[in-house]
Design a protein. Structure first.
Length: 186
């Protein structure tokens, strides 16, 4: 439950903002991030921790899904990736990105690729030297080459993206290395 709730918090905000909000949520819940504890707090209280109204509602929704038995996080581990994703997106507020990142980070899935992730799309644009960021559909298609290790590829691409954004990696230098390798292979 806690992992999925955290993925909801991390939707469509920066990593820094998500970490700050999550810290306030954990403190506000006195460290007990469980479905029952979340349901014991009304929407306005959850909002006072920094959640938007929709995210507070989604937190209640995933908490109800667990307490009502609509999702069983222990059973989720026994489902294949497609079935697990379907079970998660059936919960209001849990979209494909949230389900896929949850399965990667919280369930330890090795072959999940959240192709709707903007950072992954941008990293692929750089890697493939595309003029525009690829669509989610094109990103899924590109990631097929990395099956059954797409989660590893996602982590590597996120790392590269972060390095470029921080200035630790110069995109031009990476392109020059790729060009040299291409010339050597010819």
């Amino acid at each position: 439950f806690e992992g999925l709730f955290r993925m909801i918090v991390e939707q469509q905000v920066s990593v820094i903002a998500a970490a700050a909000i999550w810290k306030r949520v954990v403190e506000g819940l006195d460290g007990a991030v469980t479905a029952d504890v979340v349901l014991a707090h009304d929407i306005e209280t959850l909002r006072s921790f920094g959640l938007s109204r929709p995210k507070a509602l989604y937190a209640h929704e995933i908490a109800r899904a667990q307490t009502e038995g609509r999702v069983d996080f222990d059973h989720l581990e026994r489902l294949d990736d497609v079935e697990a994703t379907a079970a998660l997106v059936a919960i209001k507020g849990v979209g494909l990105w949230t389900a896929e990142t949850f399965l990667m980070f919280c369930d330890g899935r090795a072959d999940v690729f959240p192709a709707g992730d903007i950072a992954l799309q941008e990293a692929l644009r750089w890697a493939d030297r595309l003029e525009e960021r690829p669509s989610t559909k094109a990103t899924y298609a590109r990631a097929e080459a990395w099956a059954p290790h797409r989660s590893v590829a996602a982590h590597l691409l996120w790392g590269w993206y972060g390095g470029v954004k921080r200035g630790d990696i110069q995109l031009e230098a990476a392109e020059a290395i790729a060009e040299k390798r291409g010339a050597a292979a010819s």
